[in-house]
Design a protein around this ligand. Structure first.
Ligand code: FE2
Ligand code: FE2
Length: 273
């Protein structure tokens, strides 16, 4: 299976780079399954139903979230009816929405998408490790199992927590990938057990910014500890950032991978296979 995961979409520039490029990339790279983290897609804060539709229309099979899941209050309502929108599985019981979903992939295949949020340097939530374990327990990976691919988005600040998550489920997921820092990491690789891993997918947004937000007001927050201007997404051209992974349908594990950085101010990278 040919998978593409794209990191946090920040505001309109992030959405534009996706609607602009993803439809052609789906064709050109013969993508079977695309997952996008959309937690910052609405002006940097959460996402609306219309924006969720826009990402799905552009070619996403599922959209994941994070600490900004419910910044747009309408998400509390529409998340219940949008089965391809996934919020962290370790929110307390009773939180609207779902922590994992199964999407149909061409060829009668299926992919499980799981989202969890870290606890280090973040708001307290339930245990993300046991939450992911629970989500994976119901599905067996591989040709004879229920799903041919498993993608885990671990939305966390600390690289240690993301690595620990990946090693915990090495061999049981096709991909464990980090989101939330908005900076692509250079440690993408296939782990010993066959799981593709990258500490952070980076963001789909304007990198001439402070993690996607306008650099002036965002920098000032560190200089003056008083309420400043409201933060808004930087408006320059966005880079599309994430990871491309090819998996073996027989095992559901990764065969090869390549970082993706297209457009905007980042050095460019794309798969050559
Ligand atoms: Fe984010
Ligand atoms: Fe986040």
């Amino acid at each position: 299976m040919r998978l593409l995961f794209l990191g946090d979409v920040v505001g309109r520039p992030g959405r534009h780079v996706i609607t602009d490029r993803l439809p052609q990339l789906r064709e050109r790279w013969r993508l079977d399954c695309v997952v996008i983290n959309g937690e910052n897609a609405a002006g940097g804060f959460g996402l609306t139903e219309a924006i969720c539709e826009e990402l799905l229309q552009a070619g996403a099979d599922a959209v994941t979230l994070g600490n900004h899941s419910f910044d747009q209050r309408e998400a509390l309502v529409f998340i219940a009816r949008q089965s391809r929108l996934v919020r962290p599985a370790n929110y307390p019981p009773g939180t609207p929405g779902r922590g994992s979903t199964v999407v149909d992939v061409p060829g009668g295949r299926k992919a499980l998408v799981v989202n969890a949020m870290g606890r280090l340097f973040m708001e307290p939530l339930d245990d993300p490790f046991r939450a992911v374990q629970g989500a994976l327990a119901a599905h067996r990976l591989g040709a004879g199992g229920g799903v041919q691919a498993v993608l885990v988005d671990i939305h966390a600040e600390a690289s240690s927590e993301k690595m620990a998550m990946a090693h915990s489920f090495d061999g049981r997921a096709s991909l464990v990938i980090g989101t939330h820092t908005h900076v692509p990491s250079g440690d993408y690789r296939i782990l010993e057990g066959g799981t593709a891993y990258m500490t952070d997918a980076g963001m789909c947004g304007d990198y001439d910014s402070v993690i996607g937000m306008q650099k002036g007001p965002a920098s000032l927050r560190f200089w003056k500890k008083v309420p400043g201007e409201k933060l808004a997404p930087a408006e320059g051209p966005a880079s599309l950032s994430g990871l491309f992974v090819e998996t073996d349908d027989a095992t559901g594990l990764a065969l090869r991978l390549a970082p993706v950085r297209l457009g905007g101010k980042l050095s460019q990278a794309m798969p050559d296979f």
